[in-house]
Design a protein around this ligand. Structure first.
Ligand code: NI
Length: 147
């Protein structure tokens, strides 16, 4: 099955995605498709961007390639303003306030527990993608005050 990346204001982008309860080939296929869809055009993607209301994100930066299932931010430190774009908000670049470092808990595609500390670009991408799982887009967030 091939899915397209949804674009704001598609209402599916504004919904809270559901917890993944079943690990298996459907999930790994979904993650693989997410990776393919963002390859060369983005550093992260969340399942709702493909119209799948499940809590799955992929991050793919030069330093980290990972899929996270049911990710939650379990801790954070510091603050940073990041200027972000989004494949679901073409042409838009918005300054957003983010935590500088995050501690993320979740599962890998096999259902194994993952605890990972992220900083820099990867921390920002994780927060951006987890926002997608909660129906938040850079187009709807309160922009950071950069004045
Ligand atoms: Ni996005």
């Amino acid at each position: 099955m091939s899915r397209e990346i949804l674009v704001h204001p598609d209402p599916r982008l504004l919904e809270r995605a559901l917890e993944v309860e079943r690990f298996g080939s459907e999930l790994t296929d979904l993650a693989e498709e997410m990776r393919r869809k963002m390859f060369g055009v983005g550093v992260g993607l969340a399942a709702p961007q493909l119209g799948v209301a499940q809590r799955v994100i992929v991050i793919d930066t030069p330093d980290l390639a990972i899929a996270l299932v049911n990710p939650v931010i379990a801790g954070h430190r510091g603050a940073v303003t990041s200027t972000e774009g989004c494949l679901s908000c073409p042409g838009l670049e918005v300054p957003v306030m983010r935590h500088r470092e995050v501690h993320v808990r979740g599962y890998d595609l096999s259902g194994g527990q993952v605890v990972i500390s992220l900083r820099g670009l990867e921390a920002v991408v994780a927060q951006h993608e987890i926002d997608h799982l909660n129906g938040k887009l850079i187009a709807t967030l309160e922009p950071a005050n950069t004045a």
